[in-house]
Design a protein around this ligand. Sequence first.
Ligand code: ATR
Length: 295
Amino acid sequence: MSFEINARTELLGLLGHPVAHSVSPALQNSLAEACGLNQRYLAFDIADEEALEDAVWGGHAMGVRGFNVTVPYKKAVMEYLEEIDPIAKKIGAVNTMKWEENGWHGYNTDMPGLLRALAYDGVEIQGKNVVLIGAGGAANAALCAALEGGASKILILNRTVSRAEELAEQFNKEYPFIPIRCMGLSEDYVSYMKESGKEWIALQTTSVGMHPDVNGLPVSGDDFYELLSVGYDIIFNPEETAFMKQVKIHGGRAFNGLRMLLFQGIRSYEIWNEVSITDTVARDILVKMEVALRR
Ligand code: ATR
């Protein structure tokens, strides 16, 4: 059931810039409705870091239960947190805050969101080879998911190799038993992948192929795509990216970023409200999101 806004309605929100096209309000308000909780979630466009500080403390003063935090404040917001969970520390970014008795606590739900998306689709990371495409902000959580999920070997492919190496360095100490190899797009990564003799799961974290550049491919070459059993793209507009098409043409399963978005949002909602959202509820919301994006 959906509550009318009344004097007891609790506020949740998103802090970021820009936020006008965010799908989080639709997602979070659907979750509140599905759980029968008297809450509303709004997107707040925060102009700069000074405004971020005001929003964080002003939000608390007004009894906001929790915030999502998005670009460009996922690091900056850490300054205002009393506690940061270990996964968010490893990733170096917070996307969820909840007010607790002693102050704001910070979490990263991108990593558990991706792991749940993989599980939802029946994709097992444990013992598998994972190729991570990209080494920007989104790659942090994806690399952490591959490591936490127990991949046997990880290859980071990035246009700028030094950036991939920095990313690997960030996680090497925490996960010393999982080898991470970094390669540039002009290197012979296909030979390296073939040497491993197994199928690869690809996590595509670059913006290449995002609308309006719908023909953009982050990695080209049939021999690369032939090695992929599964391809996850972080992009969800277009619904089927050029990357996903290539994965499918070569016999793999491909998924867009809507599921990652859905499950990171679900994890945030679970943290704020101490509830468990079932796969059945998740599926209903995913269908709604797919319909909304096709409009
Ligand atoms: P962030 O996510 O931190 O904002 P970004 O600059 O948006 O980072 O880039 C995200 C990823 O997409 C990076 O891995 C970037 O490669 P570089 O590290 O070499 O910049 C990758 N990327 C962006 N445009 C690309 C392109 N045209 N071809 C290949 N990779 C690209």
